[in-house]
Design a protein around this ligand. Structure first.
Ligand code: NAD
Ligand code: UFG
Length: 351
């Protein structure tokens, strides 16, 4: 049974991926500073899989990826226990676009310095297989409504996106110039939403949600009176913004597929879009959410959001062909599962 080191595994995407990794038989060591999450997510993950907390299979360490000594001690313990990490899934980082514009250095430090510290320790301990959380936000904004391929132009428009692109560049550079063999997959996520079917884990944003889906679920809870729709004059099929929403469990499957793909190879460096390839407008998202959950969802159309774009959809053929991965959950399931989580946990993990 191989052991995977997961950074940021208590967060939204990390917790769902941990669940799947445990179900597939992996052992996990999770490092998370809990700056944007709760340890309860992992306790619930373990309960879902094992009906109790299973410290043999999932070990949680509360700490920061920038702490070199801590990372070294974690890797060292793994060697001493004869459980060297077969690979690393690197979710840990800050992700709020607006905050990154206000505090860019905070983002450079957490995301880039954090990744460099992690890579240095991985290299030292001969663990050179990494799946990295990148983002579709790195692509150049265009108005041509074409699906983005991995070769589409890259031009991040905020510090958060810039840090993701720089980490990809560091990984590329390492692959090209290191004397050792690395296996690297940078996964460029589109718009993950939904939650595990149990309703026990899900997205838990602090403060006012920036993204549409948690905002919708909080309008569903009546924490907000209505959703603001940012523009109905985009060049899209109904004028509202179009995105590629992907169920977080499909995204989690993509991580397992990417990791297992790397395990089979000798060396590799690859960037992969993870999206469904299906564009959904804000109006369609609202009407699907209302229909499947049978609740009211008041909204008002307001002006466009600064720096927004009309259309962002993945060409996901590389993921399908290379990883033999296929998203299987549709928008209705994303809306049902996301609402199931939210209505059962109106205060997230703070119940
Ligand atoms: P999240 O905030 O729920 O998860 C990130 C986790 O990392 C949190 O648990 C947080 O506490 C932890 N963390 C942050 N800084 C840390 C540090 N210095 N040391 C240790 N732990 C730290 O976010 P998420 O939505 O699960 O995103 C996971 C990754 O995917 C992030 O890197 C994010 O940038 C990326 N991503 C997310 C989206 C999205 O829409 N959710 C889209 C594209 C990319
Ligand atoms: N939207 C609204 N009202 C809201 C929030 C959003 O109408 O209150 C609209 C936006 O205009 C857009 C769509 O809903 O058309 C999706 O917006 P999100 O903010 O949920 O998602 P974005 O695609 O704009 O951005 C998110 C992350 C980025 C990431 C990107 C792709 O915030 O970091 O997904 O992965 F890069």
């Amino acid at each position: 049974m191989s052991t995977i080191f997961v950074t940021g595994g208590a967060g939204f995407i990390g917790s769902h991926t941990c669940l799947l990794l445990l179900q597939k038989g992996y052992k996990l060591v999770v490092l998370d500073s809990l700056i944007n999450s709760s340890k309860i997510s992992l306790e619930r993950v373990s309960e879902i899989v094992f009906q109790k907390y299973n410290s043999e299979r999932i070990k949680f360490i509360n700490g920061d990826i920038r702490n070199n000594d801590l990372l070294e001690s974690i890797f060292n313990d793994a060697v001493l226990n004869r459980e060297e990490f077969e690979g690393v899934i690197h979710f840990a980082g800050l992700k709020a676009v607006g905050e990154s514009v206000s505090y860019p250095l905070k983002y450079w430090d957490a995301n880039v310095n954090g990744s460099i510290t992690l890579l240095k320790v991985m290299d030292k301990y001969n663990c050179r297989t990494i799946v990295f959380s990148s983002s579709a936000t790195i692509y150049k904004k265009t108005e041509n409504n074409l699906k983005l391929t991995e070769n589409s132009k890259i031009k991040p428009s905020n510090p958060y996106g810039e840090t993701k692109y720089v980490i990809e560049k560091i990984l590329n550079n390492l692959f090209r110039f290191s004397s050792s063999k690395w296996k690297i997959a940078s996964l460029r996520y589109f718009n993950p939403i939904g939650a595990h079917k149990s309703g026990l884990i899900g997205e838990n944003p602090s403060g006012i949600p920036n993204n549409i889906f948690p905002f919708i679920t909080q309008v569903g809870l009546k924490k907000f009176d209505y959703l603001k729709v940012f523009g109905n004059d985009w060049d899209t099929y109904d004028g509202s913004g179009v995105r590629d929403y992907i169920h977080v469990m499909d995204l989690a499957e993509g991580h397992v597929a990417a990791m297992e793909y790397l395990f089979k190879l000798d060396e590799k460096n690859i960037n992969i879009n993870l999206g469904t390839g299906i564009g959904t407008s804000v109006f369609d998202l609202i009407s699907t959410f209302k229909k499947v959950n049978k609740i009211e969802l008041p909204f008002k159309v307001v002006g466009r959001r600064d720096g927004d774009i009309g259309y962002l959809v993945a060409n996901n053929s590389l993921a399908k062909s290379l990883l033999n991965w296929e998203p299987s959950l549709n928008l209705e399931e994303m809306c049902i599962d996301g609402w199931n989580w939210q209505k059962n946990n109106p205060n997230g993990f703070q119940n």
